[in-house]
Write a new protein. Structure first.
Length: 294
């Protein structure tokens, strides 16, 4: 992730630094504060600029790029390639992927969201129902996935819950803000009546599940949240937390175009079912079904 300082952000946006500070105070520019210093993610600034463009009446948005942005998933990545869809993936996390999709930057978004209070809430459907900027969207089920704690072989710290992570001071690898796995971590902490400050976190953040595995393999972390398929491919231990819906959001007009039709046809194939079984932690019973239409 590329981060700008205040001076760099001002230069990038062609504004004065004082104006940047005013916008930070007003909460009108994307930013984050680290050790008392304001930083500005370039990707978020680009999205902010794109989403605020004013278009004359009758001028349509440019065609979205053939990219499925959002959450990373090994089975989806394989399906995009093997289906001949011609679609690429961009692993930026569920919330960022949805933002890029609504800004017209990608043809679809892959997402798995989690509610703080209710572990059984369908956060994906709720997120779509609460948006007013995607009136022509359709959400298609890709699969249900098993998410849990990824642990070194043998589970040396004997971790079985978020309470164990806290009590044993296990070093936990973090995912980017807005990533589904990070939202799940925050939900677990909330239900345990604990804050993120109670957890020993390591940096830098891990963009994907395989990055979590690498952090544990390198001895930089003791645990992290990822899918069972990641644990299986890495030869790691796994403690299940939840089965979650993993969905694809797309425009209704794009649903019928060849790239997404190739993928959605492949979702029902024996090849995908076999691959999912081999990887482990996938349920394809609802794959391809319409979960939400706006």
């Amino acid at each position: 992730m590329q981060l700008f300082t205040t001076a760099e952000a001002a230069a990038y946006l062609r504004l004065k630094e004082r104006k940047i500070y005013e916008m930070v105070a007003e909460g009108t520019v994307p930013c984050t504060k680290v050790t008392g210093r304001w930083l500005f993610p370039k990707a978020e600034l680009d999205h902010w600029l794109a989403s605020s463009v004013s278009r004359p009446a009758g001028l349509t948005r440019p065609e979205p790029t053939p990219i499925v942005g959002g959450s990373h998933d090994q089975l989806l990545e394989w399906a995009l390639r093997e289906s001949g869809s011609g679609l690429a993936t961009l692993a930026v996390g569920s919330e960022a992927g949805l933002h890029r999709f609504t800004a017209g930057e990608t043809i679809a978004a892959a997402m798995h969201l989690h509610a703080l209070e209710d572990p059984n809430a369908d956060a994906n459907v709720a997120a779509m129902a609460n948006r007013s900027d995607v009136q022509d969207a359709v959400m298609i089920a890709f699969c249900r996935r098993e998410q849990g704690f990824l642990l070194a072989p043998g589970n040396p710290l004997k971790i079985g819950s978020i309470e164990d992570v806290i009590a044993k001071r296990a070093r936990i690898a973090m995912r980017p803000n807005g990533a589904g796995a990070q939202l799940l971590l925050l939900a677990l902490l909330h239900r345990a009546k604990a804050s993120l400050e109670k957890v020993v976190t390591v940096s830098p953040v891990c963009p994907t599940g395989p990055d979590i595995a690498q952090a544990i393999r390198a001895g930089r972390a003791d645990a992290g949240i990822a899918t069972r398929s990641v644990a299986n491919s890495a030869g790691f231990d796994f403690v299940s937390i939840v089965w979650e819906p993993f969905d694809l959001v797309m425009r209704q007009r794009d649903y019928f175009r060849p790239p997404l039709q190739a993928l959605l046809k492949f979702v029902h194939s024996d090849e995908l079912a076999t691959r999912a079984q081999e990887m482990g932690g996938y349920d394809l019973r609802d794959a391809g079904s319409v979960r939400f239409v706006n």
